[in-house]
Ligand binder design. Sequence first.
Ligand SMILES: *Cc1c(COP(=O)(O)O)cnc(C)c1O
Length: 356
Amino acid sequence: MIDIKIERTTAPKQKPDQSKLGFGNYFTDHMFVMNYTEGEGWHDARVIPYQNFSLSPAAMVFHYAQEMFEGLKAYKTPDGHVQLFRPQKNIERMNNTNLRMCIPQVDPDDVLTAIKTLVSVDKDWVPENEGTSLYIRPFIFATDAHLGVHVAKTYIFCIILSPVGSYYPEGINPVKIFIETEYVRAVKGGTGYAKVGGNYAASLIGQEKAEKLGYAQVLWLDGIEHKYIDEVGAMNVFFVIDGEVITPTLETGSILPGVTRASCIDLLRSWGYKVTERRLAVDEVIAAQKAGKLDEAFGTGTAAVISPIGELNDDGDKMIVNGGKIGPISQKLYDNLTGIQWGRLEDKLGWTVKVD
Ligand SMILES: *Cc1c(COP(=O)(O)O)cnc(C)c1O
C-alpha cells in the first residue's frame, strides 16, 4: 500500500469560468509527485501545492526524451459523485509504455490510489457544466543530469489536473481530414503503440501542413508502404463500410491502443454490429466512398470521445462522408459512452470507478 503525504495549499487559486475552460488551459491547486531512484524504487509519494519543478539543464528528458504520459478524465455525475472511466486500462497501458521506454514499472494499485487521492483533494475543481470534466495527466520523465545516452537511474512521476470544457460547445461538428502521404508518425518496431511525447513531436509537421490547407487533422498511413491506415490525428479511427465496422489492427505496433477504441468495439459488438480489426488500405476506403458504400468514418479518444469525419482529402480529391453529417453509429456510440462516463446511463459493464 502506497503511503501518500498530503500538503494542502494555503493559497487556493480562483476557479476559472466553467463556460470558458477550453482544453488544458487551467490547472488545479495540487499535484501528485513521487520519485524513483535506482536501488530504492519509487519513493516519497506526496500531494503538494501545484508548483514548478527545479531540474538541471542536463536532465536527460530534455535531451533524449525518455518520458511517457497518460490521459484520462474524472466526471461529475448528476447525483454529485466524481467518477473515473476504466482507469485500470490507462494504468496497464502506462506500464506497457514504460517497458518500451525503459522506464521502471509502477504498481497499478498505487497509481490508482494516487489518482483517486489527488482528484479527491481537488474535487471542488471537477466542473459540472454539460460536457465538462477534469482531465487527468499522469507522466514520468528521466531526471539524471547526464549527457551520455543511457537509460536513466532517476525519474519523477507526476500527476496534474486540468478542468476542461465541452469538446463540442456548439454541437458535434464533423471534421475535415487530410490524407498524409509524405510524413509518418510511427513505424513498426518504433514507439507508435506507446504514449510518448516523441510521437507527438514527430506528428506536428503533418498537423501544421494539414491546418495550412484548411484541414483539422491528418489521416496517418503506415510508415513503410504509406498504404494502410494507422490513426487520425491523435485518435484511433473507425470506418463503416457497407454496414461493417472496420478499425486498423493493433498488431502492427504502430497504433496507440485507445481505451475509447476498445470501449467502442465492446459496445458495438454488444449491440450486434460486425466489428473487424484488420489492416485497412486507404485505397479500400477511397473505393468504398466512390461506390457509395462508405457509410461513416470517425475518430475515437478520451478528449472528443467520438469525432465524426465529414471529409477526406486524397491529394486534392475531396471525398464527403455521410453528407458531411454525423452518422447513426457515431451518434449512438457518442450518446452511450458519454452517458456512462457522466453517470447518466446505467454502467452495465462496470467501467466506472467512484472517487468519493
Ligand atoms: C491517447 C491517444 C489515443 C486515444 O486513446 P484513448 O485512451 O482513447 O484516449 C489515440 N491515439 C494516440 C496517438 C494517442 O496518443
